[in-house]
Design a protein around this ligand. Structure first.
Ligand code: ADP
Ligand code: MG
Length: 219
């Protein structure tokens, strides 16, 4: 796994988010200030501008470059939070990308994000998607699930988490100012996180050799 794979993953995320722009903007207009998706798209466009640097970097360095770019271009709460996720992942980036190591890296990224955002599950944020996916990823790896199984299961977990935010009271971020009025709306950060995870899993599934046996190596 290298910078090229990272660029391809960012491209897949970019396309997916662009496709869901209006819908996520609407969610954020209901319980936030409407800028969440535009913040994310600005960040991904900035990442496209540094494609050559990412392409030639080692895996960990590519993620670190991306984290810095996201920090300097993505506004709102989500910029620093997602930069922490990428930085946490970059610090644990493996040499050999086995599924177990990718899971560890993702879990470390979510832990770094959580340290910055100071909230776990149940506050009606992106954590309601990112944490259950981390827990499920770990569990699937521990159970010896195949890559194909993992790529099907994680998007399901992300969707469950995203939908769970509808009936939560927002306890963090801008939506928390609404109190009870935040009930009945899906959190925009949870939805964007779910779209991102689904796009990444689909991209990895599509780029795997069809004849490849379903075990360890992810690329
Ligand atoms: P802002 O609300 O500052 O305009 P964005 O629009 O960029 O920020 O992002 C809003 C999203 O950020 C929310 O939908 C929520 O998922 C997420 N969020 C807000 N605060 C936190 C936090 N402390 N931890 C995790 N996610 C958070
Ligand atoms: Mg906002």
């Amino acid at each position: 796994m290298n910078g090229k794979l990272i660029n391809d993953c960012f491209d897949a995320v970019y396309v997916a988010l662009v496709t869901h722009t209006d819908e996520i903007a609407q969610l954020d207009q209901q319980i936030g200030d409407g800028d969440h998706i535009y913040n994310l798209i600005r960040g991904l466009e900035a990442l496209r501008a540094i494609r050559p640097q990412i392409e030639t970097a080692e895996f960990g360095e590519a993620l670190r470059l991306a984290a810095n770019k996201v920090l300097s271009t993505v506004g709102g709460s989500s910029g620093p939070l997602l930069a922490s996720l990428l930085l946490g992942m970059s610090r644990t980036a493996p040499q050999e990308c086995t599924v177990a190591e990718v899971a560890n890296m993702y879990v470390a990224g979510v832990a770094a994000l959580q340290q910055r955002g100071k909230t776990g599950k149940g506050s009606k944020t992106m954590m309601d998607v990112l944490i259950p996916v981390a827990e499920r990823f770990r569990e699937l790896v521990d159970q010896g699930a195949t890559v194909d199984e993992i790529l099907v299961e994680l998007p399901r977990e992300a969707e469950r988490g995203m939908l769970s935010t509808r009936d939560m009271l927002a306890l963090k971020g801008r939506a928390s100012f609404l109190g009870e009025r935040s009930l009945g709306h899906i959190d925009p950060g949870a939805r964007s996180s779910q779209v991102i995870i689904t796009a990444l899993c689909a991209h990895i599934a599509d780029s795997r050799e069809p004849t490849e046996p379903c075990h360890e190596e992810i690329s």
